[in-house]
Design a protein around this ligand. Structure first.
Ligand code: SAH
Ligand code: SF4
Length: 385
């Protein structure tokens, strides 16, 4: 008999599952806490659950994490995990420690169908959506692994950004229960302001998210006009900038923050000129959308044929926006020595043969233990998520 992976359920889903087993709803809360707050996967450990329930769970359910294929730690303390999601597909999650918070960057799909020109995930094409359990498993594993690794009893991950592989709003039905689990006080209890969905602009789903589960929103803008954005972010042909900005305004009615973060990847000679800054200022003024800008240094990869804007140009662009009254930060690149920086998350989907080979090798060498260096404290960084 196939058993249910309990990581697939938010609390409501788990309550429905418990009811089917003939159990009272409050049992689901206890179970949810064991799994997410304490990282338990073995039902025999859950000593405050009735023995009869534990026995039922043993035959009908499981708590199954994703196998870790590799783990890399950057010299700046960033840790990247590559998780096996089967059939030669792998996805990545990245932990970014900072003095005042710990951020986990989570994937929502294996590959991505949007195909942005500057994104290495986009260049790999789309393999499949992750399930709710596969999204939650990244946080479940990272949080409980880090607590052990750092010998901490309190929470390590305070922020989640859906900025790993994939377009979260093209995997909406799996995303929403995953977000609810992140926010649930009986699970990770993250603040809505500290969970960010980043989207290339799936307009109808921005509206739905506003009513279903409003969290902080980042929109990958990258261009100040439709001609350029059509080229960089092909989804723009379906949902052009004006529609996107209007959706942002509607979202703000529900959002936990009073601004949208616009991400803008700085591409040498493509979108980084003074006239682009001018157009951007004009654009957000016309639409009257409350926003902050986050300029992202482009992380180059050969197939893109694009180059990173030189730093003085990034700073000049930031200055132009700031002088027009727009709050602008420049993202600090983290973990680039381990290919964990934005847009470098290819998850080996690009080379399925190699990924499959590596998985086979790993299985053959039977679960090598992962050796880790202690996570170093980093100096203050202004990573704006
Ligand atoms: N699909 C979503 C979330 C994942 S991408 C989105 O597009 O928003 C997360 C962020 O990384 C986005 O802002 C994206 O534009 C940026 N990004 C992608 N490729 C990049 C690259 N090569 N260098 C820098 N940032 C990149
Ligand atoms: Fe997909 Fe985001 Fe990459 Fe575009 S930037 S291809 S939407 S993951």
């Amino acid at each position: 008999m196939t058993t249910a992976n309990l990581l697939e359920f938010d609390l409501e889903g788990l309550a429905a599952f418990c009811e089917k087993l003939g159990e009272k709803k409050f049992r689901a809360t206890q179970l949810f806490r064991w799994i997410h707050q304490r990282g338990a996967s073995d039902f025999t450990q859950m000593t405050d659950l009735a023995k009869s329930l534990r026995e039922k769970l043993a035959t009908t359910a499981r708590v199954e994490a994703l196998p870790v294929l590799t783990q890399h730690e950057s010299k700046d303390g960033t840790i990247k995990w590559l998780f096996d999601v089967g059939d030669g597909n792998a996805v990545e999650a990245v932990f970014i420690p900072e003095d005042d918070r710990g951020t986990l960057c989570v994937s929502s799909q294996a590959g991505c169908a949007v195909g942005c020109r500057f994104c290495s995930t986009g260049h790999q094409g789309f393999s499949r959506n992750l399930s709710t359990g596969e999204i939650v498993a990244q946080l479940w594993f990272a949080e409980h692994f880090l607590r052990k690794h750092l010998k901490r009893t309190e929470r390590v991950i305070s922020n989640v950004v859906m900025m790993g592989m994939g377009e979260p709003l093209q995997n909406y039905s799996a995303l929403v229960p995953a977000l609810r689990t992140m926010l649930d006080d009986n699970a990770y209890g993250l603040s809505r302001r500290r969970v960010t969905v980043s989207t290339s602009g799936v307009v109808p789903m921005i509206d739905r998210l506003g009513t279903d589960c409003a969290v902080a929103m980042a929109v990958s803008l990258h261009a100040p006009n439709d001609a350029l954005r059509d080229d960089l972010v092909p989804l723009n042909r379906k949902y052009p900038i004006a529609e996107l900005l209007e959706a942002c305004k509607r979202y703000l009615v529900h959002a936990p923050r009073d601004f949208i973060t616009f991400e803008y990847c700085m591409l040498d000679g493509v979108n980084d000129q003074p006239e682009h800054a001018k157009q951007l200022i004009e654009l957000v003024r016309t639409h009257g959308v409350s926003c902050k800008f986050n300029l992202i240094p482009f992380n180059p990869f050969p197939a893109s044929g694009l180059l990173r804007s030189p730093q003085p140009r990034v700073l000049a662009f930031a200055k132009a926006l700031s002088e027009a009254g727009l709050v602008t930060t420049v993202r600090k690149t983290r973990g680039d020595d381990i290919d964990a920086a934005c847009g470098q998350l290819a998850g080996d989907v690009k080379d399925r043969t190699r990924a499959a080979e590596r998985m086979a090798q790993r299985r053959a060498s039977s679960e090598r233990p992962i050796v880790l260096h202690p996570v170093r404290k980093t100096s203050t960084v202004s990573q704006e998520h």
